[in-house]
Design a protein around this ligand. Structure first.
Ligand code: XMP
Length: 513
């Protein structure tokens, strides 16, 4: 296994991700915990020193244990990791002097060949991502230069005989397009064969949960989404009946969804599940509310109150399990900088554990969405469940612009079910990132049979996206749209008009509210 010593960079987790993409098992440990004894016990096959916000020139700044360099294993230092490596091996680091570099840079090769750079420099230069104030001013004995950038004469250096590599840039980020190749070479040099799998991760996560929780009781909030479902099933495998799930049903779910979720967890997985059917409470509080932010805040607050009420009834609970993913953990989007405004205040259960005096269990904290899906498959969840489109916490409330009524909700649920059925029947579901129907806050006139109608209008929406941050409208054919319109109007009483939402994001958002 590979050890990543974390010096606090915002992108350390991305290193782990790159390695996992190569099926290499790695662990990230904060530098404070990596002692000589820890290293001897861990016995890494290779070590990566991450970047970090500190300056090597500051007295008392973090270092790697010197024994890292005495184990005879390959070591890769990145950014801060590069600088401390140089300094610890006898080189020098300087602050400032106008050599800071932030953003895109191009590294050009020196004449020498280096195993780490196999497949690099196809065009005589490589785009990389820099983010540093300090720079190495003198390399350590035994090191040679293999690549330079305008502001980093020591962008790539190495002591090839000892397999020590030091780079100033961040090969793990997206803006170093060929970075994956870089890591591929590094793990090959270290002798990894890429045999680590999600099954391995599952076993490790289960062991970690058992160690953390011991014989205590755990509560898990279940929404029916992929993240909380995978969390619950993983915990159930680890601790069985010590887990109780609370499924807060706010009455704003899709058609039959609540029943399906309850059935799946009780029947298929035999998980202890409290179905908190509080739709009357939620819909009551939402009566007359039409402002989107007030809707979100109302639902978010009630959700916490209700969850707390049910959780308090579970005796001896000491832990709260949450399906927090890695992207939720990154505080700010790395490198993008700048303040961001709140477009929509997504509701979550933040603050709940402190309020209830519970400790957190977050077994998905290191995973990205696609990895959570892979883990879900590993745990036996069906592909049809794993591949479901994202569904927002406030549910149908934000697909019903304006005031929410039970009548509108029932129409919306049915229209949505018909629309999604159409998409599935045409084999389009997996091509679309998110699709749903919304009910518009108006009635329009129509004619059906020989009579006049005055009914609701439904909007259908489908987008492609990578992460929900931007989105394109899915290009349905006219035939598909015509057939869908006919089916919705014929099958759903109370609808006499269907609109197709053409708006991309930006300028629109994915949800209507
Ligand atoms: P927007 O509408 O902001 O949606 O373009 C981007 C993604 O986020 C989901 N979404 C939410 N998820 N609580 C959630 O948990 C919310 O309040 C919320 N609002 C939007 C939306 O479904 C889409 O996938």
């Amino acid at each position: 296994r590979l050890l990543i010593i974390d010096f606090g960079s915002q992108v350390t987790q991305l290193i782990a991700r790159r390695l996992r993409e190569l099926s290499v098992y790695c662990e990230i440990h904060p530098y404070q915990n990596v002692t000589d004894a820890f290293l001897a016990d861990f016995a890494p096959k290779a070590v990566i020193l991450s970047g970090g916000p500190d300056s090597v020139t500051r007295e008392g700044s973090p270092r790697a244990p010197q024994s890292v360099f005495e184990m005879g294993v390959p070591v890769l230092g990145i950014c801060y990791g590069q600088q401390t490596m140089m300094e610890q091996l006898g080189g020098k680091v300087q602050s400032g002097h106008g050599t800071a570099e932030f953003g895109r840079a191009f590294v050009t090769p020196n004449a020498h060949k280096l195993d780490l750079l196999d497949g690099w420099f196809a065009n005589d230069k490589e785009q990389v991502w820099m983010s540093h104030g300090d720079h190495v001013s003198q390399i350590a004995p035994g090191f040679e230069v293999y690549g330079t950038s305008p502001n980093a004469p020591y962008a790539i250096t190495a002591d090839a005989s000892r397999h020590f590599y030091a780079v100033q840039f961040h090969p793990e980020v997206h803006h170093t397009p060929n970075g994956a190749k870089f890591y591929e070479n590094f793990v090959k040099i270290a002798g990894f064969t890429g045999d680590w799998t999600m099954a391995g991760y599952k076993d490790q996560a289960i062991a970690a949960i058992r160690e953390q929780v011991g014989d205590k009781q755990v509560i898990c909030g279940l929404s029916g989404g992929v993240d909380s479902s995978v969390t619950a099933i993983l915990l159930h495998e680890a601790i069985g009946d010590q887990l109780t799930c609370v499924f807060v049903d706010h009455g704003l779910l899709r058609l039959n969804e609540a029943e399906e979720v309850v059935k799946m967890f009780r029947d298929n997985y035999n998980i202890k599940l409290i179905h908190a059917d509080e739709s009357d409470l939620f819909l009551g509080e939402l009566e007359g509310v039409s402002d989107p932010e007030v809707k979100r805040k109302t639902i978010g607050k009630l959700f916490i109150d209700v969850f707390q009420k049910y959780a308090n009834e579970i005796e001896g609970a000491e832990f709260l399990a949450q399906g927090t993913l890695y992207p939720d953990v990154i505080e700010s989007v790395s490198f993008s900088g700048g303040p961001s405004v709140t477009i929509k205040s997504h509701h979550n259960v933040g603050g709940l554990p402190e309020k209830m005096g519970l400790k957190l269990v977050e077994p998905l904290r290191e995973l990205f969405k696609d990895e959570v899906r892979a883990l879900g498959l590993e745990l036996g969840l069906p592909q049809s469940f794993i591949g479901r489109h994202p569904f927002p916490g406030p549910g149908l409330a934000i697909r019903c612009p304006g005031e929410i009524t039970r009548e509108k909700l029932a129409i919306l649920q049915q229209a949505d079910a018909v629309y999604i059925d159409q998409i599935r029947k045409h084999g389009l579901y997996d091509e679309i990132w998110q699709a749903f129907a919304a009910i518009l806050p108006m009635k329009t006139v129509g004619v059906m049979g020989d009579g006049r109608t005055y009914d609701y209008a439904v909007a259908i929406r489908a987008v492609t996206s990578v992460d929900g941050m931007t989105a394109d409208t899915y290009p349905f054919t006219h035939e598909f749209m015509g057939e869908t319109m006919t089916r919705i109007i014929n099958e759903v009483k109370g609808v006499n008009r269907v609109f197709y939402d053409l708006t991309s994001k930006p300028p629109g958002t994915i949800e209507l509210e």
